[in-house]
Structures are given as C-alpha cells and as structure tokens.
Design a protein around this ligand. Structure first.
Ligand SMILES: Nc1ncnc2c1ncn2[C@@H]1O[C@H](COP(=O)(O)OP(=O)(O)O)[C@@H](O)[C@H]1O
Ligand SMILES: [Mg+2]
Length: 243
C-alpha cells in the first residue's frame, strides 16, 4: 500500500458552544492531491490546523508521516501555506524566501537554486528584490506559496492557495501541483472554488463541520447523479438539511 502521509481519525473540535468539526476522518496517501471543499466557516482551516498540530482537538487523532500530532519536527517537514499570509513585510521577497528556506533546512547553493525555481513557479522572478509591504494581496499569496514549496517537502498543506490569483497564474500553479504529485508528493488543498475541485484526485466535501461526502470527483458525480461538483455540493447540502 502507498505510504500514508496524513491520517485523521474521528476528529472533533468545538470553540465554546460552536461545534466546528464532527467526527472527521480522512487518509491522504503519497502521490495524491486531496481537495477539502466547503463554504466559508465550514471548518476547513480548523481541520488543516488540527493536522498541522497548531490547533488542539477535543477528540480523535491526527497522524502525519506516522507520527501523532502535534509534533514540532514533523511540522517543520510540511510545506504549509496558511490562509492568512505570515510574511516579513519590511524584508524583500528574496529575504523572506531565504529566511524560511534556512528555517526548513535548505542552505547555500541549494537554497539559491530553490529560490530561483519557486519564484518562477509563482511568477515573482522579477519582483524578488521588492519589499513585501509593496506587494499586492495576490503577490503575497504567491510568495506564501513559494515559501511552502521552498524545501521541496514530501507533504504540502495549502489553505486557499489561489485566492486573489488571476486565472492564468492559477492554471500555472495547478500545473505545478500536478507535477509535484507525479513526483510522489502528497498535497492537501482547501478551496471554495468548484473548478479547482475537479482537478483533485480525491475530494472531501465539508459543511458545518461534517464530512458530507468523500471520493474522486467522478465517483461523487456518479453517486449523486449530477454533472458537476457544485451540484454534488448542493445536493449533499440539501440532504444534510433534510436529516
Ligand atoms: N480561534 C477561534 N475561536 C473561535 N471560533 C473559531 C476560531 N477559529 C475558527 N472559529 C470558528 O470555527 C468555524 C470554522 O472556521 P474555519 O475553520 O476558519 O472555517 P473555513 O476555513 O472553512 O472557512 C467558524 O464558525 C469560525 O468562526
Ligand atoms: Mg479557512
């Protein structure tokens, strides 16, 4: 069996009286792109943070690379892109990439080459010398993605990576994600963009903290007898409301 990169087992989480995750389980093997799809407030970021070990869960377990989370060493091996950019505004983009690259254990000529590569992937090659505070929102998203890629990690966790990014560059980023998948890397990506859902190998539809449906895009469309993932979502949501 393919190596398991992420295993989530019956995770539950509440903030006060607000139940945010209910019995959520998933498994992400190497060489797969899994999409976590759901409306704003569904619990996607909370689940991602639970997997990263950044958010304590009330029940269940999350395991990354066969290690129970939270675990600092494992956390450093994940290429993580948070939903809100965590960048050094007064530094240039190149300095940010250098700083985070070193933090993730990439040094010297290897780091220089990695910066050149990831900057090209997100179309920031000509903007590397500018300070991040002069960057637009979309440019900051792209730089955050480049940072997630800098150490060539075996596991990428990307929380809404393409928000504010124009369609052309979004295609380019998805092409890169496909390439990384071909190399055997595992990618967990959250989105509320339905056309991105179609590009994932495996989907988990989440709404009000409940995993509504899981499967390949084709399996889900067949199971709900509809033509698009958007329709799967609407139908699954209606069924949830009726119960
Ligand atoms: N730190 C927190 N404290 C209290 N409530 C939170 C916190 N983080 C998230 N929530 C709540 O949890 C729910 C799910 O949020 P989130 O995981 O960010 O959803 P999504 O990423 O799908 O938009 C929302 O109702 C949100 O208000
Ligand atoms: Mg979110």
């Amino acid at each position: 069996m393919t190596q398991t990169m992420i295993e989530v087992h019956k995770v539950a989480k509440r903030f006060g009286n607000n139940v945010v995750l209910k019995q959520v389980s998933l498994r992400l093997p190497a060489g797969q792109i899994m999409g976590l799809i759901g409306p704003s407030g569904a619990g996607k970021t909370t689940l991602v943070k639970a997997i990263m070990g950044m958010e304590r869960v009330d029940a269940g377990e999350t395991t990354v690379l066969n290690t129970a989370m939270p675990n600092r060493q494992i956390m450093q091996k994940i290429g993580y892109m948070a939903q809100s950019d965590a960048l050094y505004e007064t530094l240039t983009a190149r300095e940010n990439l250098h700083f985070f690259g070193e933090l993730m254990g990439v040094h010297g000529a290897q780091l220089t080459a990695a910066i050149t590569h990831v900057a090209a992937v997100v179309n920031l090659t000509d903007e590397l010398s500018r300070r991040v505070r002069a960057y637009s929102g979309g440019m900051k998203r792209r730089l955050s993605l480049a940072i997630a890629l800098i150490a060539d990690p075996a596991l990428l966790i990307l929380d809404e990576p393409t928000v504010g990014i124009d369609p052309e560059l979004r295609q380019q980023i998805w092409a890169e994600l496909r390439r990384l998948k071909q190399q055997g890397k595992a990618i967990l990506v959250t989105t509320h963009v339905m056309d991105e859902a179609e590009r994932c190998d495996e989907l988990m539809l989440i709404r009000e903290g409940i995993a509504l449906a899981q499967g390949t895009p084709a399996e889900l469309k067949r199971a709900y007898a509809v033509d698009t993932i958007e329709q799967v979502f609407l139908k699954a949501g209606r069924l949830q409301d009726e119960n």
